[in-house]
Design a protein around this ligand. Structure first.
Ligand code: FAD
Length: 423
């Protein structure tokens, strides 16, 4: 089912691995130090130094599938490359493949007008500016996007925008110049047609990035989470994306690729964390033998390997389905990985923290960052429970449509095609 890697992908993998060895891993300590010294409101010089090198090496914008703007890779082709980038928190932005910019660029590439693309997509693709996605609000349960209350009201040739957003990733970045903002333009319409998405430049009157929010006590890395207030902000009517009331449609288009990229990167993070755990436990001797020889360590290492392989296969299956039958048809698979992969990495990072002892909770080994990253991704882009709810709904619907399971009372052997294929 999973196609062989093409010569182009193999070549990109090799280049990427070499770049990681030469530029990313040796600079990680500097990256964390700069993040700590400069905080979430400043640029980290190491990223700006490495970006031109990545671009020169042809390792730039690899995320955009089959598009004139990007590398033209399919999701399944991008999977191993994204996984390699995910091994380091420093890597994705260096290759212009970081969230939320990738999702925002996909929106602009897919739904933007030529004018919107010229103004915002081109500088984003060049890595000259950053962007943010402003949907979640402090005052309403935003996992149900129908609740979003910010307003986008037409006034002549303009829209007037009001609302408070939080956990807006990237807003404190000095180069963040554009928001994709979600809000209601018609509270009386059908609930799925009330919301719109509109482009809001950061540096215009009424936009205030109020504060940086900690993620498990961290500011800036792994996430520049922020609270942003929009107070009577006026933008030209031409900033509307796709049309009034089409916010849900755009969200669906944006979230599929965004979610799978998170999962691909997380698998890379799990691999890295497991590698560290193996090395560390082989080096540390307690009670007369290396910690790696304690059966509990061996069991966790073995379990971790199984969990990573399971997650990778599920993610590749989702990628293959997105490429072959489309994001909409792949929604169950996307929901499955969005639940399974962050949970898998949380567990492995938790075991790694334990294996590192006290040092596992600090910043010297990356284990605490790994845990924080995986843990927040059980919330960002929708909490686990919402994805489980959707998955259960799809499963009930699928089961209702089939009549080949022998019914509730059936004691007989299940027909072979059930055993062979879940779809
Ligand atoms: C680090 C980080 C970065 C983020 N980046 C962004 C960003 O860039 N842009 C943006 O707009 N948002 C962002 N978010 C916000 C994120 O998408 C939301 O936090 C998430 O969608 C949940 O919304 P909420 O916080 O309002 O929780 P609520 O909607 O209040 O939900 C709270 C809890 O209720 C439970 N719950 C909800 N629905 C169900 C259900 N159907 N069944 C069972 N239980 C349920 C779940 O346990 C859920 O966690 C980010 C969040 C984090 C932590």
């Amino acid at each position: 089912m999973i196609p062989d890697k093409s010569p182009r992908v193999l070549e990109l993998e090799e280049k990427l691995l070499a770049f990681m060895e030469e530029h990313i891993y040796p600079n990680e300590q500097r990256f964390y130090q700069e993040a700590e010294d400069h905080g979430p409101w400043k640029l980290y010089p190491v990223i700006e130094e490495l970006k031109p090198k990545a671009r020169e090496a042809g390792l730039w914008n690899l995320f955009l599938p089959e598009s004139e703007h990007g590398a033209g890779l399919k999701n399944i082709e991008y999977a191993s490359l994204c996984e390699i980038m995910g091994r380091s928190h420093l890597a994705p932005e260096v290759f212009n493949c970081n969230a939320p910019d990738t999702g925002n660029m996909e929106v602009l590439a897919r739904y933007g007008t030529p004018e919107q693309q010229a103004e915002w997509l081109t500088p984003l693709l060049n890595g000259d500016i950053r962007s943010a996605f402003a949907m979640t609000e402090p005052d309403v349960a935003s996992s149900d996007a129908k609740n979003i209350e910010s307003s986008i009201i037409r006034d002549g040739d303009e829209y007037v925008i009001n609302g408070t957003k939080w956990y807006t990733t990237g807003a404190t970045h000095p180069n963040c110049k554009i928001f994709i903002f979600m809000g209601k333009n018609d509270p009386d319409a059908d609930p799925y047609r009330q919301q719109s998405m509109i482009l809001v430049p950061r540096d215009i009157p009424g936009v205030t990035v109020k504060r940086s929010l900690p993620v498990f006590g961290y500011y800036g890395v792994p996430d520049r989470a922020s609270e942003v207030v929009f107070d009577n902000v006026r933008v030209p009517a031409s900033n509307m994306l796709l049309g009034e009331g089409r916010g849900f449609e755009i969200a669906q288009g944006r979230l599929g690729p965004g979610r799978i990229h998170h999962c691909m990167r997380l698998i890379g993070l799990a691999e890295r964390t497991l590698a560290k755990m193996c090395l560390r436990t082989q080096q540390r001797v307690a009670f007369g033998k290396p910690v790696s020889e304690q059966s509990v360590t061996r069991e966790r290492v073995a379990e971790a390997r199984i969990m990573i392989e399971q997650s990778r296969l599920l993610t590749l299956r989702a990628a293959h389905m997105m490429d072959t039958v489309g994001n909409k048809e792949a929604k169950a698979e996307i929901a499955m990985i969005k639940i399974a992969v962050p949970n898998m990495v949380c567990q492995i990072a938790d075991w790694a923290i334990q294996a590192f002892g006290g040092g596992g909770t600090g910043n010297d080994f990356g284990t605490a960052h790994a845990y924080a990253t995986a843990r927040f991704l059980r919330l960002a882009d929708g909490p686990d429970e919402v994805h489980r709810d959707q998955l259960a709904r799809l499963e009930f619907r699928k089961q209702a449509a089939r009549n080949d399971t022998g019914g509730v009372d059936g004691w007989g052997v299940l027909p072979p095609r059930i055993a062979l294929s879940p779809n």
